[in-house]
Design a protein around this ligand. Structure first.
Ligand SMILES: Nc1ncnc2c1ncn2[C@@H]1O[C@H](COP(=O)(O)OP(=O)(O)OP(=O)(O)O)[C@@H](O)[C@H]1O
Ligand SMILES: [Mg+2]
Length: 400
């Protein structure tokens, strides 16, 4: 029966390679850089597909690219929730023993078993145990080092991915130095590293920190956008293949509403699919209605929660709210106009850029070709709709 399952994924990274849109060429490019023994730092705003890309990249790395670029193994370490060395150790442990490939999983189990014998305890207990405060930090550093040494011995051609690497900046115990010593020293020539991060400045600061310029050699790349036509073809195909063909104007509207932002596009497609019966068409009207529902759902989302926290904050946080509203209403090309800044309640137009920088560190806004924009298109639309200032012209008498 066609179309039993909703083909659109928006609540987790995409791992089915047939559902990853538009990343083949970039995966090939990054794989060749990594196989050429250069580390890569990959930047991409939240929800734009970094983790999904890593899945595509792993497939590409597993291919042979000629005699000097044999297949590589990949270990993906997810640092999403790491705020301490024991947390880091736990994540590396999970990445090793939970490796999707049996051969790697077995090798990891063997290595970890040997390591535990050496250090005299079970690595998993680190995750849950509180040890004497004095001994713990030095011991954790040593354990992490030994564990990364075990990791590097898993394969003769290895890429280690640190997803959400920027999280380590809040991790005490100098994890960067430990990574450097274990994975970037002379014995680790067979290992290349990929760091991903959603906050460009944070990632760059870590890469270039002068007291530890360890990633000076890393190629810094930006995750490419999924092109609108690639997404259009994908949506058209998936709706059709699951028994809900979509009208052209419906698909055009869908992509305009989301600006082809990866997660939002999939979420809106998912919503449209969900409300269309098998055999029925996806029409412009149904896309508009689905978009409406999603914009309203922002009211109960993390975005609204963050906005409430900012609203209750000090002057600099209120300025962030002002800056968000300003960019939502007027776009991000003329953010330093005095007249506009006054309209939004800034005490001085010179405060706008700093507020935008803080919002960028929160992952809420970003900048493309000198223009600021709100990363999530549904959030942007929700802000616009509630704005009392959206249509207010700026007085020509105001100096600029
Ligand atoms: N190449 C792609 N093809 C199709 N959809 C994609 C692609 N990349 C991302 N998506 C969509 O975006 C969503 C988020 O992707 P993913 O989790 O990989 O992003 P991320 O950048 O790692 O996010 P985060 O910053 O939250 O970790 C996916 O659930 C999917 O809906
Ligand atoms: Mg991710």
């Amino acid at each position: 029966m066609p179309g039993a399952l909703n083909p659109f994924v928006w609540d987790r990274p995409v791992d089915d390679p047939s559902k990853i849109v538009g990343m083949e060429a970039f995966a090939n490019q990054v794989a060749l850089i990594l196989k050429g023994q250069t580390n890569v730092a990959l930047f991409g705003p939240r929800d734009t597909g970094k983790t999904t890309f890593i899945n595509q990249l792993a497939l590409e790395l597993a291919r042979a690219h000629g005699d000097d670029a044999p297949p590589f193994d990949v270990v993906k370490v997810n640092l999403q929730r790491v705020v301490s060395l024991p947390g880091f150790i736990g994540c590396v442990h999970d990445a090793m023993v939970g490796h999707p490939e049996k051969r790697m999983r077995r090798a990891a189990q063997r290595q970890i078993g040997a390591l535990e014998k050496e250090i005299g305890f079970d690595i998993r207990v680190i995750k849950g145990t509180v040890r004497s405060a004095a001994a713990a930090p030095a011991q954790d550093a040593e354990t992490l080092h030994a564990q990364l040494m075990a990791l590097r011995s898993l394969s003769a051609h290895l890429v280690v991915v640190f997803d959400e690497f920027q999280r380590l900046r809040h991790c005490p115990g100098d994890p960067l130095a430990i990574i450097r010593s274990a994975l970037m020293s002379s014995g680790a020539n067979h290992v290349s590293l990929l760091f991903t991060g959603s906050i460009r400045n944070a990632l760059q600061m870590m890469l270039e920190r002068s007291d530890e310029p360890i990633f000076g050699e890393a190629a810094q790349l930006q995750l490419p956008e999924i092109s609108r036509v690639d997404f259009l073809e994908y949506l058209e195909f998936q709706f059709q293949a699951t028994g809900r063909p979509a009208d052209e104007d419906a698909l055009e509207y869908l992509l305009s509403a989301t600006g082809a932002h990866p997660r939002s596009t999939q979420q809106l497609a998912w919503e449209c699919w969900q409300t269309t019966a098998v055999g029925a068409r996806v029409t412009l009207g149904s896309v508009i209605a689905a978009h409406e529902r999603l914009v309203q759902s922002i009211e109960r989302s993390e975005f609204a929660a963050v906005l409430n926290v900012l609203m209750g904050g000090d002057e600099s946080e209120i300025n962030e709210v002002r800056a968000l509203q300003l960019v939502a209403d007027r776009g991000g090309a003329t953010v330093t106009s005095r007249a506009v800044a006054t309209l939004y309640g800034f005490s001085s137009h010179s405060r706008v850029p700093a507020a935008l920088e803080r919002l960028r560190r929160r992952g809420l806004v970003d900048r493309r070709e000198r223009t600021w924009y709100i990363v999530d298109p549904l959030f942007a639309e929700w802000l616009r709709r509630a704005s009392p200032l959206v249509d207010r012209p700026v007085s020509v008498a105001d100096p600029d």
